[in-house]
Design a protein around this ligand. Structure first.
Ligand SMILES: Nc1nc2c(ncn2[C@@H]2O[C@H](COP(=O)(O)OP(=O)(O)OP(=O)(O)O)[C@@H](O)[C@H]2O)c(=O)[nH]1
Ligand SMILES: [Mg+2]
Length: 298
């Protein structure tokens, strides 16, 4: 089995990690890092213990402790809200430590809502552009794009939870594939080949039931607000299905996977995988992680 370590850095990162722990993601070790003791449910918490202004320096000073926590990992997934102080600066330190031990390093960052202000947005952009230089691949969740389907009862916290769920499903899929649970052969090296090598990744999720559920779920995933128009330029795509065995009709599945190439760049590296879960009932979930070459985040 591959060894996965997921590190939540700062308040947003730790909340996202807590949601994974509450949902019972298996075969993953969780670590959290914040400047103060926190509400983290991770088995290992590192307190940087300085005022937040000195966060980058404090994270550097905890390099040995971070290296020790990451030890033996094959893949390190760093989750942080970007644009604040702790996540933005300490995520880079964690990424450097992860590269140092030779782990495949995947950054997952939550980009702030517009209403959080220009200053935060500017810090977030700079933070992403710095982080992308020290990870193998970076997935940015642009929170602002969740502004469709809003009504007066939607709270900011609801939207944070929605983002946490998307990250959780993405992380669970990567770990399941990497651990060999897919019913079509796949492993961590194949994931690395598709999403690695200095890429920008984006994620979409869809769910459907009934006739042709895999195809409908895939359609919903690629039309999700985080994917949209960029997909045609994607040079890599992983399409992962979760559902009960009865939902994977061979003809339907075949039609769905043969279709993937129509939506991405002609040279795209395409990978599809699936995991059985009878708790899904008559539903199929499709999780799409697509990648394009890294560029400056604007
Ligand atoms: N999905 C999600 N995003 C969050 C959550 N909390 C904060 N964020 C986002 O993450 C960004 C960074 O915020 P925090 O993670 O609280 O900041 P921090 O890294 O702890 O930094 P400081 O508190 O400033 O030291 C925010 O601008 C929000 O957009 C959360 O619970 N879930
Ligand atoms: Mg904080």
């Amino acid at each position: 089995m591959a060894r996965f370590k997921v590190v939540g850095v700062g308040g947003g990162g730790i909340n996202a990690v807590n949601s994974m722990i509450n949902a019972g993601i298996k075969d993953v070790e969780f670590i959290s890092i914040d400047f103060a003791p926190s509400t983290s449910l991770a088995s290992k918490h590192i307190t940087l213990g300085s005022n937040t202004e000195e966060c980058a320096k404090a994270a550097d000073e905890h390099g040995e402790e971070i290296l020790c926590a990451l030890k033996d990992a094959d893949m390190v997934i760093i989750v942080a809200g970007i644009g604040g102080t702790t996540g933005t600066s300490a995520a880079q330190v964690v990424a450097k430590c992860s590269k140092k031990i030779g782990a495949f390093t995947f950054g997952v960052v939550i980009y702030p809502f517009l209403c959080e202000g220009d200053e935060r947005a500017e810090r977030a952009k700079n933070g992403i552009n710095d982080l992308r230089n020290v990870v193998d691949s970076i997935l940015v969740i642009p929170s602002e794009k969740l502004f469709n389907n809003l009504d007066k009862s939607t709270s900011l916290i609801d939207k944070f939870k929605e983002i946490d769920d998307i990250i959780r499903h993405g992380v669970q899929s990567i770990c399941d594939i990497g651990n060999g649970y897919s019913f079509v052969g796949a492993d961590l090296d194949m994931i690395k080949a598709v999403i690695g090598n200095n890429k920008f990744a984006y994620v979409g999720i869809g769910e459907a039931a009934g006739n042709n559920a895999p195809l409908t779920a895939f359609g919903e995933a690629i039309n999700s607000p985080f994917i949209e128009e960029q997909l045609c330029e994607a040079k890599g795509i992983i399409v992962h299905f979760i559902g009960d065995a009865s939902q994977f009709n061979l003809l339907e599945l075949n039609e769905t996977v043969m279709n993937i190439g129509n939506y991405v760049h002609p040279e795209a590296n395409i990978m599809w995988t699936g995991v059985l879960d009878d708790a899904m009932g008559d539903k199929v979930r499709a999780i799409v992680v697509a990648t394009s070459q890294c560029r400056d985040y604007e």
